[in-house]
Write a protein that binds this ligand. Structure first.
Ligand code: GAP
Length: 428
């Protein structure tokens, strides 16, 4: 387990504008979270890094962005209508409903009574909705509980447009919705969250090598986010615990403040999904090896990342406390490419117009080049440093009277708190 406490992460996230409770002003909506100005940057930086690593920098990956609402047959064929369930029990005393496999003993966590649970029943986690103005059985659709199916239903489109050689992957990131019985642990188990998924299509007898290669790519990516190797664990999921579609799954677990829990999964889905589409939609999903008559339905390896869990892991690994000048300091040692703000620029004194004008010049130039640059002239310089440390800004740039003479500035490093004098031209 991480030594960082969950309440410290939650408190920093709220205080500094990363993550707020969803609909807080109306008392909240359980299992939903809103991203503030810094949270949205951190989230986008993680998602952009993922897209850059797994899609843009590779020749064998294609991106898609499918509609969230899909034909309900997608979810019938995929098995979600019948089997995407968790066991639910109800307390006969307080009527509280709980996930049976999350309970410890037979004591109700809400009212404290024992022996009040009835039989567990299967609860389907998909959010149902109606598409169009008629509210009947024919108009039922679902908010997607995974982005994966939006990829599978576009496999043939991508094949017909790009004629890729096997193996190749299709990637998608975006919202997913699950009506979790008990959302909990901050953003870890939410009802609305984002996924980043790849369906990697392979020849059936070559699945193992792609599985191993993707596993290695996943570890490289986690390292690039600054997650320490000793906090990452592979769990070979036993037969009984695997999803209905999987022949092999490795869960990548992380030492979160709530304990060792699933960060993402890597599953060998065989031809389960494409075969189901072929059988249910009546469309041929076969792949023909170029220049041969060799036809088959490709098998699939699926790396499936949850964005919220990546954010929680990144915040946990970056959270630090130390002492500076006898005072406790909190800082986020975020890797530069994830930090919501790269440079904070300040005039030493905000009531000196010549310093402010020069600082604005430096700020404008950096902002034009990097975008994620913050103007910060609130409070004294010590307070500004503390604030920037807490949001993980790697560099604070201060313009003082010396700057006016020789075009040098002070640049302070977040992690070491060391300050150096450098030429403005060297800031780049
Ligand atoms: N397409 C396969 C799939 O969706 P999953 O294990 O159900 O597999 C993949 O989900 C990942 O999505 C998980 O490893 C986790 O990171 C994330 N995830 C799943 N449910 C979540 C929830 N309720 N809240 C936040 N993230 C969730």
């Amino acid at each position: 387990m991480s030594e960082v406490k969950l309440e410290d992460i939650v408190s920093l996230a709220k205080r500094r504008g990363f993550i707020y409770q969803g609909s807080e002003v109306y008392g909240g909506l359980s299992g939903t979270w809103d991203y503030g100005p810094l949270g949205v940057s951190l989230k986008r930086n993680i998602m952009n890094a993922w897209w850059q690593t797994f899609v843009d920098s590779r020749d064998d990956m294609y991106g898609v962005d499918a509609a969230i609402l899909m034909n309900p047959n997608v979810w019938k064929a995929s098995g979600h209508v019948d089997t995407f369930t968790d066991p639910l029990v109800e307390c006969s005393n307080c009527k509280g409903r709980f996930r049976a496999d999350h309970l410890e003993g037979d004591k109700c966590p809400n009212c404290g009574k024992t022996g009040t649970f009835g039989e567990a029943r299967q609860f389907n986690m998909m959010f149902k909705t109606n598409v169009g103005p008629v509210d009947d059985d024919k108009s039922i659709s679902y908010l997607r509980p995974e982005t994966a199916q939006g990829i599978f239903i576009n496999y043939k489109n991508v094949l017909d447009s790009f004629y890729p050689d096997l193996p190749f992957g299709i990637a998608q990131m975006g919202k997913a919705f699950r009506n979790e019985i008990s959302p909990r642990d901050f953003i870890f188990r939410s009802r609305e969250f984002e996924q980043m998924e790849i369906e990697y299509f392979v020849q059936p007898d070559k699945w193992q090598e792609s599985f191993d290669a993707l596993l290695a790519d996943i570890h490289e990516f986690l390292k690039s986010l600054g997650l320490p190797a000793e906090s990452i664990h592979e769990l070979e999921v036993p037969d009984d615990d695997r999803a209905h579609y999987s022949k092999r799954t490795i869960d990548i677990e992380y030492d979160f403040p709530i304990g060792r829990e699933e960060l993402l999964g890597l599953a060998y889905r065989t031809d389960f999904d494409l075969k189901n589409i072929q059988d249910n939609a009546g469309k041929n999903m076969e792949y023909t090896i170029k220049g041969t008559n060799d036809k088959f339905i490709p098998h699939v390896i699926e790396p499936s990342f949850g964005v919220e869990r990546m954010i929680m892991a990144v915040l946990t690994s970056a959270y630090r406390e130390d002492e500076q000048n006898g005072e406790k300091r909190i800082y986020l040692a975020l890797p530069e490419h994830l930090a919501p703000v790269k440079y904070a620029v300040s005039p030493l004194l905000k009531n000196k117009p010549e310093l402010v004008a020069k600082a604005r010049e430096v700020y404008d130039a950096l902002k034009k080049k990097h975008g994620n640059v913050m103007w910060d002239d609130n409070g004294n310089i010590g307070k500004r440093y503390r604030r920037q440390d807490e949001i993980g800004t790697p560099y604070c740039v201060v313009i003082d009277f010396e700057t006016l003479d020789d075009d040098t500035v002070t640049i302070r490093d977040r992690d070491t708190t060391e300050q150096k004098r450098i030429a403005i031209t060297d800031l780049e």
